[in-house]
Write a protein that binds this ligand. Structure first.
Ligand code: PMP
Length: 283
């Protein structure tokens, strides 16, 4: 496949950055992932807006404009013949002698690649996913989409080893923050959709935002508040959202079945609604 590195399109196996790149040495960088369906980018404006915000929080200047960023994303979709999958973008503070302080006069590194992935016909949408809970070991600026993902790597590995597909991370007070790479939702027995409010405790999910707007349009009740693991286990339904998984029902948490232990009707409906939204807004 073809990747992008600092202005050049190059076969993925030849795509290289320096071992002095600050993304590699310090995780001094940010990233974004947008889904591709029918060869078009889904909700991409929201992803680029979040990228700009992440960059600003790190005082990192993008080496290209956001208009150019879209052109790079589209070029990768086209050159790789992606009809369904994702595009990954990463900006780091560039390569410089190893020193914690920002280097002067160094151009940030921009790399991007695209991957094929079954998004629409995801088996997990039919079966639902199983989740374990783990302590949230991350730093206190989780609203920044930083490439420092060690805690999420360890969380997802724990899920995999437990035969689960996602780990929900739990704060010191016993409340779920979010999934290792997704936003966490429950639906109470009274039919209220609950998800944690945006703050520095979680990443503001693009899919979260769209799903909440769609739920509001349908006059479903949505509450932004923290929920505990116990409340989640007792919920009527649970689901997760992310760009590359859209909406996926959660059918088990720490071995306890949620509701009837099968994908819930509301989660399935929200997935269908999000898919319509995605297709309608794809560019
Ligand atoms: N939280 C975390 C920690 C994530 O990594 C992701 C995936 N980007 C999400 C939430 C979901 O965000 P989005 O819907 O924008 O993909």
């Amino acid at each position: 496949s073809i990747a992008y590195v600092n202005g050049a399109y190059t076969p993925l196996e030849d795509a290289r950055v320096s071992i002095l790149d600050r993304g590699f040495l310090f995780a001094d960088g940010v990233y974004e992932v947008a889904a591709v369906i029918d060869g078009r980018l889904i909700d991409n404006e929201a992803h680029l807006a979040r990228l700009e915000r992440s960059l600003a929080e790190l005082r990192l200047e993008s080496p290209v404009t956001m208009a150019e960023m879209v052109e790079i994303e589209r070029a990768l979709v086209t050159r790789n013949g992606i009809t369904e999958g994702l595009v990954y973008l990463q900006v780091t503070r560039g390569a410089a002698d190893r020193d914690f302080s920002f280097p002067r006069g160094v151009r940030p590194t921009l790399v991007a690649f695209a991957q094929k992935k079954n998004i629409l016909a995801s088996p997990a949408a039919q079966t639902g996913v199983k989740v374990i809970t783990v302590p949230d070991l991350r730093w206190s600026r989780r609203d920044i989409k930083s490439v420092a993902l060690l805690a999420q790597v360890l969380a997802k590995q724990a899920a995999t080893e437990a035969g689960c597909q996602e780990a929900w991370m739990v704060d010191a007070d016993g409340f779920v923050t979010e999934g290792s790479s997704s936003t966490a939702f429950i639906i109470t027995r009274a039919g209220v959709i609950v998800t944690r409010p945006n703050s520095s405790a979680i990443l503001p999910g693009c899919t979260r935002r769209a799903v909440m707007a769609l739920a509001a349009e349908q006059r479903l009740s949505v509450e932004e508040r923290a929920f505990s693991v116990d409340e989640a286990k007792a919920a009527a339904e649970a689901f997760l959202t992310s760009a590359s998984n859209l909406v996926l029902p959660v059918v088990e948490i720490d071995g306890s079945p949620i509701g009837a232990g099968v994908p819930g009707d509301s989660a399935k409906r929200l997935r269908a609604l999000y898919l319509d939204f995605a297709r309608a807004t794809a560019v």
